[in-house]
Design a protein around this ligand. Structure first.
Ligand code: ZN
Length: 145
């Protein structure tokens, strides 16, 4: 499966709820073999008093026919950042969609336990790895420029 970005990547900056530091968000489609496969949101935090981490939401399901087709959507999420005792950033499953409480695009938001049991978990890790390696914002935030 060949993953690529969709043609419409966007970014936005907003203010952190916890410390008013800037948060940078990138989002786009991920295509698999040329067809829409998932949508992601990568939120990169610059907290003043906590680790600088990234939270990545990935939504799978049917695309292209608008909200009427969103009934099968499922969302996974991970937090990527420093972990005590490790020299490299690590990805940890977290509850999906926390920054998007009312957005029907996300469909079923999996928590960590549900995500661990879900048959599409491997697809989520493939997509999140692709984002970390290739999205310029997420990559720079986690690995440096
Ligand atoms: Zn903060």
């Amino acid at each position: 499966m060949m993953l690529t970005f969709g043609p419409d990547r966007r970014t936005r900056e907003f203010t952190c709820d916890c410390c008013n530091a800037p948060v940078e968000r990138a989002w786009d489609f991920i295509h698999a073999d040329g067809a829409p496969h998932a949508v992601y949101f990568a939120n990169c935090y610059h907290h003043t008093n906590q680790d600088h981490d990234a939270w990545i939401d990935v939504i799978f399901g049917t695309w292209g026919e608008g909200p009427d087709s969103w009934g099968d959507h499922i969302a996974f999420a991970c937090r990527v950042g420093p972990v005590a005792g490790q020299s490299t950033p690590a990805s940890t499953l977290v509850t999906a969609g926390l920054a998007h409480p009312d957005d029907p695009l996300f469909g079923l938001k999996l928590d960590r336990e549900a995500a661990l049991r879900h048959p599409r978990l491997n697809e989520f890790w493939q997509v999140s790895d692709f984002i970390l390696e290739n999205d310029p914002l997420a990559r720079a935030h986690i690995y440096g420029r």
